[in-house]
Write a protein that binds this ligand. Structure first.
Ligand SMILES: Cc1cc2nc3c(=O)[nH]c(=O)nc-3n(C[C@H](O)[C@H](O)[C@H](O)COP(=O)(O)OP(=O)(O)OC[C@H]3O[C@@H](n4cnc5c(N)ncnc54)[C@H](O)[C@@H]3O)c2cc1C
Length: 269
């Protein structure tokens, strides 16, 4: 990892070689899981609109398809989870603003030095570039400090406008090239750095996992690494699985209590 000045002179380096991790892009992982899950029903182009649960199950209303009945609903729908909103309450009750916004996009592979992260820091702003071994394209990213901004998190045009306005006057290093590439990318990503904090990840027969339940902040990620109790650390230190019969709600409450007792709630900090 290296830090450069406006003239592309390296001002500092941090050696992170030797890390034992392999990077798999999210889209590649999704494709692999999709291929490996033959026999599982996948519904595309639809979304959950409503949840109504009783003692025997959950009736799920969809935006496009007919209502369906399930024993259990697992919300794995990310930081802005609809399942969380429907079963637990408004996003503002659980998502805490981290004081920064983050954009991430594809960039020309020739811009990025293989296996290097390079970044330019300015007060309140940062632009960076990285390319990891097996990917032809480089990744450009932009971070800026800001109090919460009101915008629609699905409005990519608004996201691009915010990043363009913030970095428009930055002419140092490769920022203009990176900005142009990012604004041209249909897969442009933008969001606030946020944390999800919840007292419980279950509400009856509805549970949350991943970023929906315990997003630590998007870029550091690792939310899916933590098993459904939100537990970190080695498997030996995990609490024993909670076993109950007849009531999913009781099982989830027992599991959460067991996790808390073993200190796993530190995953939330
Ligand atoms: C730029 C960036 C870099 C990252 N780098 C790393 C990294 O290096 N290492 C790491 O461990 N983590 C990283 N993360 C974090 C990691 O990507 C997340 O923690 C992880 O993707 C969370 O997985 P998830 O399945 O819980 O949610 P998501 O991956 O967000 O998946 C949620 C899914 O639900 C779908 N969805 C949402 N709402 C609805 C709806 N209403 N109806 C239907 N579908 C819906 C979404 O389309 C999406 O497919 C990074 C994140 C970002 C943004």
């Amino acid at each position: 990892m290296k830090f450069v000045d406006a003239h592309d002179h390296v001002v500092a380096r941090v050696d992170v070689t030797g890390a034992s991790e392999i990077e798999v892009m999210r889209g590649d992982l999704v494709a692999l899981v999709h291929q490996a899950s033959e026999g599982v029903e996948h519904v595309f182009g639809d979304a959950v609109r409503g949840l109504a649960q009783d003692d025997d199950g959950v009736t799920v209303a969809f935006e496009n398809g007919p209502d369906r009945r399930f024993d259990l609903v697992v919300g794995a729908d990310g930081l802005h989870s609809t399942v969380r909103r429907l079963a637990f309450g408004p996003e503002a009750d659980f998502v805490q603003h981290g004081g920064h916004y983050f954009a991430f996009a594809n960039a020309d592979g020739t811009l990025g030095e293989d296996r290097w992260v390079t970044m330019l820091n300015r007060p309140g702003r940062m632009a960076g570039l990285y390319r990891s071994g097996n990917h032809a394209q480089a990744k450009a990213y932009f971070i800026f400090r800001s109090a919460p901004i009101a915008y629609d998190h699905r409005d990519v045009g608004a996201h691009k406008r915010l990043v363009r306005e913030t970095f428009a006057h930055e002419t140092g290093w490769r920022v203009p090239e990176l900005l142009a590439a990012a604004l041209d990318d249909p897969d442009f990503y933008f969001d606030a750095l946020s944390q999800v904090r919840m007292d419980s990840w279950s509400a009856g027969r509805v549970i949350l996992v991943g970023d929906a339940a315990w997003c630590a902040s998007p870029p550091p990620g690792r939310a899916p690494n933590w098993r459904s109790s939100g537990h970190t650390g080695s498997p030996e230190s995990w609490p024993p699985p909670a076993v109950t019969t007849g009531s999913p709600s009781r099982a989830f409450t027992t599991a959460t209590a067991a996790s808390s007792a073993s200190g796993s709630r530190s995953a939330r900090t």
